[in-house]
Design a protein around this ligand. Structure first.
Ligand code: NAD
Ligand code: IPM
Ligand code: MN
Length: 352
């Protein structure tokens, strides 16, 4: 019996609505498999936790998480309770960094049964590899002067190690896919980090002669995501560019509510973390409107991570059967609730 211990952090907002969906689906999958079991331990770390304890997680929070096989997270952030930079840096970004989850994998493809907002989309299937530990998300900077002369300075950090790591990861993935990597750059406007990014991309690409490459400025690339998403296979992007690009990727699929993601600890020292692309969706919280597919597809990425490729493929098939049958939440044009969509997926898994 392969038993997987998962730390579950619903976090804030709709995290509490979609994480239980993901957990139930994973438990159902494990029952079908026979030799697999998931045990979930839930942690209440969130903005409400902050109000009670003055921090987003206990001081030894990371020690508590470390022994788990993976972390399954919903979303973090409730602006009514805690400023975002405090809640996110105190939990989500803290885990990504301290657990060296330096790669964020975010696929986007047309799901059967889901209408893309693109008028006549060709079949696309792309994967953004987002550098997840540094870049534009740096804590180096500050403010100088006051009053009308006040200036905020925010530095970006691009280390050779992290840049190269993200790029090699992208090339390795492309080798198992359609043999193409696109680099998201902006070396026409950003004079230190992006020319460096381009140099490292060129260097790394020489180690993968069979993989085709191209480089696109991030602004044009974002537009191509809308006009020709089918031309992309793997895209490697810095932290901020990857963040923005993957919301565009989610949008062209039909909704941010269906987009999955995986924060991967490449060196195997710490657990990886699985959390969808979307946030806590304060505008729909408590209404049964949250699409559980982002979290459930994220669960599929967790199955893949544990080597359960066939089960992962089955789960994605069942998600698509469900959307094809019209059992969907309102964000993708349906009229069903979070619970109804989840139950349908579970029901279909059980009858496999
Ligand atoms: P958001 O993703 O929460 O919401 C953007 C829009 O998408 C909203 O209209 C929302 O209703 C919709 N949406 C999101 N998830 C959905 C789902 N599952 N089903 C249907 N519709 C869904 O982004 P935001 O409004 O910019 O952020 C809200 C809060 O979440 C902020 O505090 C932000 O910092 C945080 N956030 C957290 C994460 C994370 O924890 N990974 C990611 C993004 C934003
Ligand atoms: C994401 C989110 C986070 C990010 C925020 C909430 C800090 O947008 O996971 O995409 O920018 O990484
Ligand atoms: Mn984002």
């Amino acid at each position: 019996m392969k038993k997987l211990n998962i730390a579950s952090i619903p976090g804030d907002g709709v995290g509490h609505e979609v994480v239980p969906s993901g957990e139930q689906v994973l438990k159902t999958i494990a029952d079908i498999h026979g030799g697999l079991a998931f045990e979930f331990t839930s942690f209440p770390w969130s903005c409400n936790y902050y109000l009670e304890h003055g921090s987003m997680m206990p001081e030894n929070g990371l020690d508590q998480l470390k022994p788990f096989d993976a972390i399954f997270l919903g979303a973090v952030g409730d602006l009514n309770l805690v400023p975002d930079h405090i809640s996110l840096w105190g939990l989500l970004i803290k885990i990504r960094r301290e657990f060296e989850q330096s790669i964020n994998m975010r696929p986007a493809k047309l799901l059967k049964g889901v209408t893309s907002p693109l008028a006549n989309p060709k079949d696309f299937d792309l994967l953004v590899v987002r550098e997840n530990s540094e870049g534009e998300y740096s804590s180096i900077g500050g403010k100088i002067h006051q009053g009308e002369d006040e200036v905020a300075i925010q530095n970006a950090v691009f280390s050779r190690k992290a840049t190269e790591r993200a790029m090699r990861f992208a090339f390795e993935l492309a080798g198992k896919r359609r043999q193409h990597v696109t680099s998201a750059t902006k070396s026409n406007g950003i004079v230190y980090s992006m020319p460096f990014w381009d140099d490292v991309f060129k260097e790394v690409s020489t180690d993968y002669p069979s993989i085709q490459t191209d480089s696109q400025h991030i602004d044009a690339l974002a537009a191509f995501f809308v006009t020709q998403p089918e031309r992309f296979d793997v895209i490697v992007a810095s932290n901020l560019f990857g963040d923005i690009l993957t919301d565009v990727g989610a949008a062209i699929m039909g909704s941010i509510g269906i987009a999955p993601a995986a924060n991967i600890n490449v060196n195997g020292k710490y657990p990886s973390m699985f959390e969808p692309v979307h946030g806590s969706a304060p505008d729909i919280v408590g209404k049964g409107l949250a699409n559980p597919i982002g979290q459930i597809w994220t669960a599929k990425m967790m199955l893949d991570h544990f080597g359960e490729i066939e089960l992962g493929a089955k789960l994605l098939d069942v998600i698509e059967e469900t959307t094809t049958a019209g059992i969907m939440t309102a964000d993708i044009g349906g009229k069903h609730s979070t619970e109804e969509v989840t139950n349908e997926i579970i029901h279909r898994l059980k009858s496999l």
